[in-house]
Design a binder for this molecule. Structure first.
Ligand code: HEM
Length: 133
């Protein structure tokens, strides 16, 4: 039975996502550098099996991307709306951000490596230390 147009469109989108993710995986496996990010961490954790585990690596990356994208966007959209309606809370959060980040932007990792181009080693803020303790 022929797939309907919506199904065909869905499969085209899946192919586009797969192409993008598999290309990134191939680049890394071909020696494209050891970045301080989730893909390099996954490849390291698979070790010598990584070249055989491309499908699983793809699944992990796609899951993290889709699980983390809309959830975070939605949470932030509601956060900004609620803050805009609560000036006291808005003031408090601005004050906290200024205080906690006075030393600069937080790092994204506890690792001492900082191989991602453009990233420098930054001091971590109190909330990052708490969540990674
Ligand atoms: C405010 C942001 C987020 C919210 C509200 C949220 C919410 C949730 C909830 C409720 C679940 C459990 C779903 C269930 O078991 O039925 C879940 C699971 C999960 N989330 Fe999030 N999430 C957020 C951000 C993220 C981010 C940033 C990532 C990754 C980059 C992520 C990755 C995952 C994964 C991989 C699971 C599945 C865990 C498992 O069952 O093994 N989430 N999330």
């Amino acid at each position: 039975m022929a797939a309907d147009p919506l199904h065909r469109r869905f499969r085209r989108c899946v192919r586009a996502v797969n192409r993008f993710v598999y290309d990134r995986i191939e680049e890394r496996l071909a020696g494209g550098g050891d970045y301080d990010d989730i893909l390099s961490s996954l490849i390291r954790s698979y070790g010598d099996d990584a070249p055989m585990m491309k499908r699983e690596l793809r699944d992990q990356v796609v899951t993290l991307f889709f699980a983390g994208f809309e959830t975070t966007g939605t949470a932030l959209a509601w956060t900004w709306l609620l803050l805009s309606e609560n000036p006291d809370a808005q003031h408090a959060i601005h004050e906290e951000v200024d205080r906690v980040l006075a030393a600069g932007r937080p790092g994204t990792t506890t690792s001492s490596r900082s191989a991602t181009p453009g990233r420098s080693s930054r001091s971590r803020c109190a909330c990052t230390r708490r969540s990674t303790a």
